[in-house]
Design a binder for this molecule. Structure first.
Ligand code: KG4
Ligand code: ZN
Length: 347
């Protein structure tokens, strides 16, 4: 089995070819990701209209490059998968419409993939994990703790009541003038900072329901920045380190509560899995590793290039759906909002 995947839900124009045979990431025959970060840099965040136009400009060439690198012709494909949501509507339309045109022209079936399912199933692409596993999904748009029971079968244990974790990193970077995307910039600045210099809050920590909240951190951070102003390099480093430590503490606490809930239910996950751009953060990865070790659980964190947005995860989720015969009609529409828990088999 061989699938083309297309991802255009945010600011990465991506296409990939993934095969059913082989093991782990060797199944990825090509994985082209063209970041638009430079186009959005001046605005400190993704501008939807700019993103949609950039997808239009780049997508054909990115798909051609992915097929070429994989040595695959359209005719060799078993299906064509594209992100249908959630995400920015303009980009979703570009990717999904392109996938429909390719499906129509080649006579191959179409699979409309939920972007979050792409992140959620990446651990099966890389590590052939069995269900159920506990997933921490932390990206620019989402912070969720999910029990993954199967393809299309997700149980949400916790989510953010305001900002997403990645959004908090991005806002911190913007406030400190570090640029976009903020996660890697904040992490780099934090590496020379003192994480105990500023006493930032740990929102939601200790609550029995494993939800997140990051909006309060933003205010505390602004006050810390005002207090430390003028902001020397060391002050910025200390703020970033204190912020990163706070987010890491929140994530660790929320995951521990989630694991307690599963234990009380008598459910033993096959692994603790992290996904989404924020899972690229080294401090967070280390803390997850401690939690997993403390519970005797396997930890699976995809390699950096598969943590952030990419099309290999979309092709793989498509392949998993293809195996189950979950195809979509050409009338399937994009959905800006599409929670994992509202995934219908075959939708
Ligand atoms: O999954 P992703 O690539 O796109 C979304 O679907 O949102 O995640 C992007 C998010 C951004 O908010 C970015 O700042 C954050 O992930 N991020 C990080 C790191 N690398 C990316 N956050 C913290 N530390 C990092 N190293
Ligand atoms: Zn994502």
């Amino acid at each position: 089995m061989r699938l083309l995947g297309i991802e255009t839900s945010c600011d990465e124009t991506a296409a990939a070819v993934v095969a059913g045979q082989g093991a782990g990431a060797d199944r990825i025959l090509s994985n082209i990701v063209l970041s638009q970060a430079d186009a959005h840099l001046a605005f400190g965040g993704v501008v939807p209209e700019i993103a949609a136009r950039a997808h239009v400009d780049a997508l054909d060439a990115v798909i051609a490059a992915a097929l070429k690198e994989a040595g695959t012709a359209l005719d060799d494909l078993d299906a064509i998968a594209a992100t249908a949501g959630p995400g920015l509507m303009g980009g979703l339309i570009v990717g999904l419409t392109t996938a429909k045109a390719l499906a129509l022209a080649s006579g191959k079936p179409l699979i409309a993939v939920n972007h979050l399912e792409g992140h959620a199933l990446t651990a099966r692409l890389t590590d052939d994990l069995d269900f159920p596993y506990l997933l921490l999904l932390v990206s620019g748009g989402h912070s969720q703790i999910v029990v993954v029971d199967g393809v299309s079968r997700y149980r949400l244990l916790g989510t953010t009541i305001d900002d997403a974790a990645g959004e908090a990193f991005d806002k911190t970077a913007k406030m400190l003038g570090l640029g976009y995307p903020g996660g890697p910039k904040v992490e780099a600045a934090a590496s020379t900072g003192n994480p105990t210099r500023f006493a930032l809050p740990r929102p939601m920590v200790g609550r029995p329901q494993p939800d997140f909240s990051f909006a309060g951190l933003k205010t505390a951070l602004r006050l810390a920045a005002e207090e430390a102003s003028p902001l020397s390099g060391q002050n910025v480093a200390d703020i970033c380190a204190s912020f990163q430590a706070a987010v890491t503490d929140c994530i660790a606490d929320r995951l521990s509560v989630s694991l307690d809930i599963l234990q009380a239910e008598g459910i033993r996950p096959t692994a603790l899995v992290a996904a989404g751009g924020v899972a690229a953060n080294e401090m967070i990865r280390t803390r997850l590793s401690n939690i997993a070790e403390g519970r005797g659980l396997r930890l699976v964190v995809p390699p950096l290039n598969l943590c952030g947005d990419n099309a290999a995860m979309i092709a793989w989720a498509g392949l998993e759906r293809c195996r189950l015969g979950l195809f979509d009609g050409l009338d399937v529409g994009p959905q800006a909002r599409w929670p994992l828990t509202e995934l219908e088999p075959g939708q």
